[in-house]
Design a protein around this ligand. Structure first.
Ligand code: FMN
Length: 313
């Protein structure tokens, strides 16, 4: 199922992407997934308003390197502020800017942002076309609708294409389902059939087999993986056929990079959480998790992770 994907002249080495995940897809994590085989990675969602006010915290979320191609995700509902974000210095190194129109979090939705834009077609269209006027490649990530009675993936896909998006990602769940349940293949297939731009399918992909099922049933040009990569970043190796590097070695590298970029305190707190994800499903993982969260320094965490994430006999 793996093939290159041309997105308005930006050629991705393959069509299996790492999803944006708030609080997780920082630069070291994205780089690890890219090295393991992800064809494109996305920053977590970044507030266009935050960029407008030149928030340091917001800029931290956009740390990146020379790797290419790379994508950032922004959210917001003011067309002017969104266009300004696309034109900002902070986003200049990114080859693609994705607009979040799927976030279900109440604090985002009540501001008219994220998935609230799926309930306001005229504003969604204005936001996308304003962003497209920046001259950057623009994509949109959205859900199949707000609930079972309001599914609109094909209509919304057409709107995105008409407003100037060069790629869409369809998360095959309605907003009320958050992340639960199987993806709705028929809705994603309808979105794919409605447009000529590439369509990436997302939702419930935990393995190569799931991805194959997704592309067969929807005709999507690629897939996007979120939670599976948190638990098992080596999921990308299933697609490339490359040997999986040992987990503790990956962890150590990620810890070192996280520490270098964000400092010891952040590295300790963040990487304890990551180690707990990587531990899931292993023998004694509950006790291991307790021990991880009791570590008080990066050095201590590193030693413990080496023990807990060593290959299982
Ligand atoms: C912790 C977490 C954070 C997320 N943050 C974002 C985000 O910043 N932007 C976005 O578009 N989707 C976000 N999502 C949704 C994922 O990108 C993806 O659409 C969803 O998890 C479904 O894919 P999955 O079934 O492979 O997990 C997030 C999901 C999780 C679990």
């Amino acid at each position: 199922m793996l093939h290159t994907l041309d997105i308005a002249g930006m050629v991705c080495p393959n069509n299996v992407f790492l999803a944006p995940m708030a609080g997780y897809t920082n630069y070291p994590f994205r780089e690890m997934c890219r090295a393991l085989g992800a064809g494109l990675t996305f920053t977590e969602m970044v507030s266009a308003k935050g960029l407008h006010y030149k928030s340091e915290e917001t800029k931290q979320l956009l740390l990146c390197g020379e790797e290419s191609p790379k994508a950032a995700q922004i959210f917001g509902s003011d067309p002017g502020v969104m266009r300004e974000a696309c034109e900002s210095e902070a986003l200049k190194d990114f080859d693609l800017i994705d607009i979040n129109m799927g976030c279900p979090m109440p604090k985002i939705v009540k501001n008219g942002e994220g998935s609230a834009l799926m309930e306001n077609f005229p504003l969604a269209e204005k936001v996308i076309s304003a962003c497209a006027k920046s001259g950057k490649r623009i994509s949109v990530k959205f859900r199949i609708g707000t609930d079972g009675a309001h599914k609109c993936a094909a209509e919304f896909a057409k709107l995105c294409e008409g407003a100037g998006a060069c790629l869409i990602t369809v998360h095959g769940r309605t907003r009320d389902k958050i992340y639960a349940g199987p993806p709705d293949y028929a809705e994603i297939a309808a979105a794919k059939a409605a447009v000529r731009i590439p369509v990436v399918a997302n939702g419930g992909i935990w393995s190569l087999k799931d991805a194959e099922r997704m592309t067969e049933r929807t005709g999507a040009d690629g897939v996007m993986i979120a939670r599976a990569a948190l638990y098992r970043p080596t999921v990308f190796c299933e697609f490339t056929g490359e040997a999986e590097p040992p987990l503790f070695a990956l962890f150590e590298r990620e810890l070192e990079e996280t520490r270098r970029l964000y400092g010891d305190r952040f590295a300790l707190v963040f990487m304890r959480k990551m180690a707990a994800f990587y531990l899931k499903g292993r023998h004694g993982s509950a006790r291991g998790k307790q021990r991880l969260f009791a570590t008080q320094s990066v050095g201590e965490l590193s030693l413990l992770a080496r023990e807990l994430l060593a290959p299982e006999k």
